[in-house]
Design a protein around this ligand. Structure first.
Ligand code: MOS
Length: 732
């Protein structure tokens, strides 16, 4: 078949849902108000470890408008069946109101349901809970690891390190970070008989459906999850957290639809977070910076009831061509809630340790940090021996060096000043695995020449509505205006979690497949229709543009979809598209790559770091939507500035309470912290990755940002701070 002209894909278009968002018409979970909805407020534990010995609900129940107070004393028993294929980490998931045990500070212990939010809030304050409290352990340092460590080895790392010409060792620490998306988690739940409908904040409507079915022990098709808009997530809406279950329990017990919106504070313990890590790296190299041995020993926090897992060891296995590698990762169970994935999970965290260590080695052996990376660049994936589908990290580094003005950098630390400020430049490399999952999409072309495309995907902010419309518009030969893409309903054709940067490859490929099929169906109808100007034409020579089918080399010979459907008395054409990852997933090592550059100015007397400019250069395959790609890349740089310099969830280890569970005390970058940011995407596509040639973007842009900033701080000051965030106190 003739390739379709690409008009929308690759164009820097604005969001198709932008107007809905800025006018407040986009409906987020808490915006849904089914008939008769009532309000729920959760009461949280004020201790971190122990048992509930009593709950006095009399004062709460006496408030006019209070319908019920539910706790473990009167909650229904829930089934909590296994949910294979879901994203529950190993362990036993937290069960809402099923027993008297307290496992972490802020654990939900009761829910008040009332006719108004204000009454529910007031009554929740009146619930008296008594505890038998024990001393919690929430500090990872000094706490023993639990379970079996995760190990990886190739070659003989200990021997290679012993015989290395240059040896260095460092331990890097990363503070706990919370996602702090704009939209807090919220759920509206309604039962119709034994069928449950939930409007929820989720990155995966069908995953939430399956989990709720497992929790309540009902068939999956008795549950419908709806989530048309998500106000930012970064991984925190991948799982079903207790509030969704609690809302559904409250709705069933009261016989009313129930709305439950968490407070900003509750997000810090109802929902997971990026865990604290201690990451020790030992590196051996020859005198010219060729790394011969790497030993990684990691510890990270998890809860007592689940072992959080994320691909923390992968980056260190595949980024550099190191012949001898040994890695051990131990989880440390604490009296905390379970961590979860946060943007670039594993990779972003590992990049701070790996790329800081590479920076330290560069100074140790006197080689430019970029040159050091080039000397350790593999020809094939050193972790599995697979050929790279595409790996253009060299090009990312070279482009970045040129565009950032790296050659203006005096290699000597603390060598550059601007008045009283110390100026430094740093860089880091990054990689993120290209993930692909099966997906489906339905396509319908109506007689008026407009199309509706649907898939149960999510859009937590990357612009999925827009990018899918672009893919569909080009494959159907329609303008953007005549295509509508819908997502966020578990009744739609299957789509995977919007996570791991796999939406474009997975759902996008299904959308393209469905639209290709529909277009070919229309072409077939035309070339076999004696009444069509295209009658008898070779279908492979026909393309569609602006809703008009025509012979590729003879645009005059053709007709519109509308004419074709009207003459054939068809009200619509329909097609289903699908995508299943094939053997390419096993045959190639497919990753997106990044080189991130940062320039900082440090006021050494105040210990104050300001990022002045940043540049990211990405090898992410085809860029479907350049303007939205910039939202991803620049947003990730802002997030990385947060991780590097500001963000830190602080726990008071005396009682396990998070002391800065609010946006006044948990610092995130504000406009004044965000400098001149720029993103460059290498041209081209990865034809082995997936039908669209994309490698995923949302996560790779986060990998390497924090170490680029930290390395710039070292270059500016000559001080190596091995703990994030790099605070003023640390630099003084
Ligand atoms: Mo991303 S942490 O997979 O939402």
């Amino acid at each position: 078949m003739s390739p379709q002209p690409q008009a929308a894909v690759g164009a820097p278009l604005s969001r198709v849902d932008g107007q809905l968002k800025v006018t407040g018409k986009a409906q987020y979970a808490a915006d849904f108000d089914p008939e008769g909805v009532v309000h729920a407020v959760v009461v949280d534990s004020t201790i971190a470890l122990g048992r509930i010995t009593g709950i006095d609900t009399r004062a709460a129940l006496a408030q006019p408008g209070v319908l019920t107070v539910i706790s473990h004393l009167n909650a229904p028993t829930l089934e909590y069946r296994d949910n294979p294929g879901g994203y529950n980490p190993p362990g036993r998931r937290l069960r809402a109101f099923q027993d008297d045990r307290i496992l972490f500070h802020g654990q939900p212990v009761a829910v008040v349901v009332a006719t108004t939010l204000e009454v529910a809030q007031h009554a929740a304050d009146l619930v008296e809970v008594e505890y038998d409290s024990r001393q919690p352990t929430t500090d990872m340092s000094g706490s023993p690891a639990g379970g079996e460590p995760l190990n990886y080895a190739r070659g003989d790392a200990e021997a290679a390190l012993d015989s290395a010409a240059v040896r260095m060792e460092a331990t890097y620490r990363l503070a706990r970070n919370h996602h702090n998306a704009m939209e807090p988690h919220a759920t509206v739940a309604r039962w119709d008989g034994d069928r449950l409908t939930v409007w929820d904040k989720t990155q995966w409507v069908q995953g939430a459906r399956n989990e709720l079915a497992a929790v309540f022990g009902i068939p999956q098709n008795s549950v419908r999850v709806i989530s048309p808009f998500v106000g930012g997530a970064f991984g925190n809406a991948s799982r079903v957290w207790p509030q969704t279950t609690i809302a559904a329990v409250a709705a069933r017990e009261t016989g009313r639809p129930v709305k439950l919106a968490l407070t900003r504070e509750q997000l810090y313990f109802h929902v997971g977070y990026r865990p604290t890590y201690e990451y020790q790296v030992r590196v051996g190299s020859d005198g010219r910076g060729r790394v011969t041995a790497m030993i990684h020993d990691l510890r990270s926090e998890t809860s007592r009831y689940e072992t959080h897992g994320e691909p923390i060891l992968t980056l260190g296995q595949m980024l550099y061509n190191t012949p001898n590698v040994r890695m051990t990762h131990r989880s440390v169970p604490l009296d905390v809630n379970t961590p979860t994935w946060m943007r670039g999970p594993g990779y972003a965290t590992a990049s701070y340790a790996v790329e800081s260590a590479m920076d330290e080695l560069a100074y140790e052996v006197g080689v430019d940090p970029i040159e050091l990376r080039l000397r350790n660049e593999p020809e094939e994936d050193p972790s599995d021996g697979l050929p790279f589908s595409t790996r253009r990290l060299r090009e990312c580094l070279a482009t970045g060096a040129r565009e950032f003005g790296w050659n203006r950098r005096n290699p000597r630390p603390r060598s550059t000043r601007d008045g009283d400020l110390l100026i430094g430049m740093g860089m880091a490399a990054g990689a993120y695995h290209t993930r692909r999952d099966p997906a489906e999409a339905s396509v319908r072309l109506d007689a008026d020449g407009t199309a509706l495309v649907q898939s149960a995907a999510s859009d937590m902010g990357p612009g999925t509505y827009t990018s899918m419309t672009q893919v569909a518009a080009d494959a159907l030969g329609l303008t953007m205006r005549n295509v509508t893409f819908r997502l966020g309903d578990s009744l739609m054709p299957p789509a995977p979690l919007q996570g791991g940067s796999k939406t474009m490859a997975s759902v996008g490929s299904a959308v393209q497949d469905g639209c290709d099929k529909l277009r070919q169906q229309a072409i077939k109808l035309a070339v076999e229709d004696e009444g069509s100007p295209l009658y008898g034409a070779d279908p492979d020579d026909v393309v569609v543009r602006g809703g008009r089918l025509h012979v590729k080399d003879n645009p005059a010979r053709g007709e519109t979809y509308r004419q074709l459907l009207a003459r054939n008395n068809r009200t619509r054409l329909e097609a289903n598209g699908s995508y299943t990852p094939g053997e390419e997933v096993e045959r190639f090592s497919t990753h997106a790559y990044a080189a991130t550059f940062a320039e900082v100015a440090v006021d050494a007397r105040l210990g104050l770091v300001r990022v002045r400019r940043m540049l990211g250069v990405y090898d992410a395959g085809r860029i479907v939507s350049p303007k939205l790609a910039d939202s991803q890349a620049l947003g990730a740089m802002v997030g990385g500035i947060g991780t590097a310099l500001l963000e830190h969830t602080v726990t008071d280890h005396r009682d396990g309470r998070i002391v800065n569970a609010n946006l006044a005390d948990y610092l995130v970058p504000v406009n004044a912290d965000v400098p001149d940011l720029r993103a460059i995407y290498l041209e081209g596509e990865d034809t082995e990755a997936d039908p669209l040639g994309v490698k995923g973007l949302g996560e790779i842009v986060q990998v390497g940002v924090a170490p680029a900033v930290a390395n710039a701080v070292f270059h500016a000051t000559g001080r190596r701070i091995r703990e994030l965030p790099i605070t003023a106190e640390a630099l003084l």
